[in-house]
Design a protein around this ligand. Structure first.
Ligand SMILES: Nc1ncnc2c1ncn2[C@@H]1O[C@H](COP(=O)(O)OP(=O)(O)OP(=O)(O)O)[C@@H](O)[C@H]1O
Length: 542
């Protein structure tokens, strides 16, 4: 047996050009997001506002509110990695994921995918790119058309993108194995053989061809879905022509069945409808559908949140296997930190439209630096029921994304708000002021005398200097034995006004003067675990 290799595609040199995909090596940046913003404009309904301007005509106008769902976000994702994106409901995770696919149009910023700005393209160019980026949604039930059979569902994106498609940049060639053949062999491979045989990293699809002589003559054997004809030329050369024998429909069906097997479903269920499957199985159908167009990047938006905990791990394991096999890159969105911990290589934490911390997984879980991340981590339900009090340290509501706090967006709920520099308060006194400010703002205590307030919140000793004077003014406003306690003929109105004034005074004198309110934080820290960078948007690192 001898082996003959013979390039046969006359027009293209093998390896001359490569598919764009291969330009991004594993570990290099595949997705690079910079300054991304998505503001929703609401002119009616819940977010509309009516403003009254007596000096203007007409004096009443319907204002437009901007919901700042994603507000100046930057990060990158390396090829082959999983970036977990976590945060409370409403913090902008889905909007961010959808912006990357241009399912919503960004208000500002760039989304570079393989070096090309997706925010800048449209029409056919965008449509083509969409086969390289796929999305999987939370609810596997509603994202599957109940009237389509499982096989059709998986084939549908391939049909929409006219796949499989021959790549004009791929050269086709043959690797010839000769059996009982001494003559020269000349093989011609059709240009579209890459529909069946995958191209290598050099952009060459090599078809294995076995040319053999037996008692009936010379035959050529090629892989399934190809056909070959062999003839002996007058000069003794054996000439072989290789072409594709299967229609695109059949190729799609084959691929759908292969993918169904890979995602852990029985391909013989090809003709069943989605209702015949469980939630976990339906999410597997979604996976097969997303992978059918051979994407590089998959945005997974809460893909396991609707599944039972026992099924979640199985689906995530399958996703990890598929990532390995197909060289996929994931952005994995979840609100559940244990899910994020299972699947991520790096983790980004989002709060009210900002990314507040990004680090490698171990670094983030073992050495978190942002108070919001710490609060989320402390809120993870602990499986041991005897371990009490390990949940729920996040106080208060997430502020409105229409009017988010200045500086650090978490500052209004932050247990580590930094004291304004001008007061020069010791830590203990600042802790007292902070607790007092929070309690007055939320009115978490019954009205009491000035002495009782001082004892309750300051251990009997008010802070010194200017800070102490502010606290004294506040106590004058709300203590029952000062004017705050006096009832007026108007009932509680004055008491109410005094409380509001007291709250404003505290916020203006302390919260608003903190660096946390004045500058948006952005710091790069040394990682204790692993070698990656650790970004934490908290002024405690200034
Ligand atoms: N089409 C829209 N029009 C107006 N506001 C929107 C729209 N989509 C999202 N929002 C608002 O943008 C903010 C972020 O929403 P988003 O769904 O991205 O958050 P999320 O973190 O994914 O939350 P969840 O986990 O609940 O889906 C919310 O305040 C939401 O109400």
């Amino acid at each position: 047996m001898s082996e003959v290799s013979n390039v046969t595609d006359g027009e293209r040199e093998a390896g001359e050009s490569t598919d764009g995909d291969e330009r991004v090596a594993f570990g290099e940046t595949l997705v690079d997001v910079n300054g991304l913003k998505k503001y929703f404009t609401q002119s009616s309904g819940l977010f509309s506002s009516i403003s009254f301007e007596p000096d203007q005509f007409p004096p009443v106008s319907l204002g437009q509110q901007k919901v700042k769902a994603v507000d100046d976000v930057s990060f990158e994702i390396k090829r082959g990695e999983t970036l977990g994106l976590v945060g409370e409901s409403g913090c902008g995770k889905s909007t961010l994921g959808r912006s990357l696919l241009r399912l919503v149009d960004p208000t500002d910023g760039t989304i570079e995918f393989k070096g090309e700005d997706l925010a800048d393209i449209s029409g056919e160019e965008l449509r083509r790119k969409r086969s390289e980026i796929q999305m999987i949604f939370q609810d596997p039930q509603s994202s599957l058309d109940p009237r389509m059979k499982m096989g059709q569902i998986v084939e549908e994106p391939m049909r929409a993108h006219d796949m499989p498609k021959s790549d004009p940049d791929v050269a086709t060639t043959a690797s010839v194995t000769a059996e009982n053949v001494d003559e020269p062999v000349d093989v011609t491979v059709a240009d579209d053989a890459d529909l069946v045989v995958e191209a290598d990293d050099e952009g060459v699809a090599t078809v294995p061809v076995t040319v053999a002589r037996d008692e009936y003559g010379v035959t050529a054997t090629v892989p399934e879905h190809l056909e070959a004809s062999a003839s002996v030329e007058s000069d003794g050369t054996i000439s072989v022509n290789v072409s594709v024998s299967t229609s695109k429909d059949e190729l799609r069906r084959e691929r759908a069945k292969e993918l169904l097997g890979k995602v852990g479903l029985d391909p013989t269920y090809y003709n069943r409808y989605p209702h015949a499957f469980s939630g976990g199985q339906r999410q597997r159908i979604n996976l097969a559908r997303a992978l059918s167009v051979d994407p590089d990047f998959v945005v997974c938006d809460e893909p396991v949140s609707a599944l039972d905990v026992s099924i979640q791990a199985q689906v995530m394991n399958t996703m990890e296997e598929l990532q390995e096999e197909f060289g996929l890159t994931y952005l994995f969105i979840a609100h559940d930190l244990s899910v994020i911990r299972h699947i991520s290589d790096r983790v980004a934490v989002m709060y009210l439209g900002h990314i507040v911390e990004i680090a490698e997984k171990e670094e983030l879980f073992e050495n978190s630096q942002h108070p919001y991340t710490k609060a989320l981590l402390e809120s993870i339900p602990v499986p041991d029921p005897r371990d009490e009090g390990a949940r729920g340290v996040l106080e208060g509501e997430v502020p409105s994304p229409q009017n988010p706090p200045s500086g650090c967006r978490f500052r209004t709920r932050c247990p580590e708000l930094i004291a304004p520099d001008e007061y020069d308060l010791p830590d203990e006194q600042w802790a007292h002021v902070r607790a007092f400010m929070r309690a007055v703002k939320r009115r978490t205590f019954e009205p009491m005398t000035a002495e009782a307030l001082e004892a309750e919140f300051f251990g009997g000793t008010l802070p010194w200097g200017e800070a102490g004077e502010v606290v004294r003014d506040v106590i004058d406003l709300i203590a029952t034995d000062r004017q705050g306690g006096e009832r007026t003929p108007d009932g509680d109105d004055e008491v109410e006004e005094n409380w509001e004034e007291a709250t404003d005074l505290l916020l203006e004198s302390f919260a608003e003067r903190s660096i946390c309110a004045q500058e948006r934080p952005s710091y790069e820290l040394e990682s204790e675990y692993g070698s990656g960078t650790h970004f934490a948007a908290c002024h405690r690192h200034r």
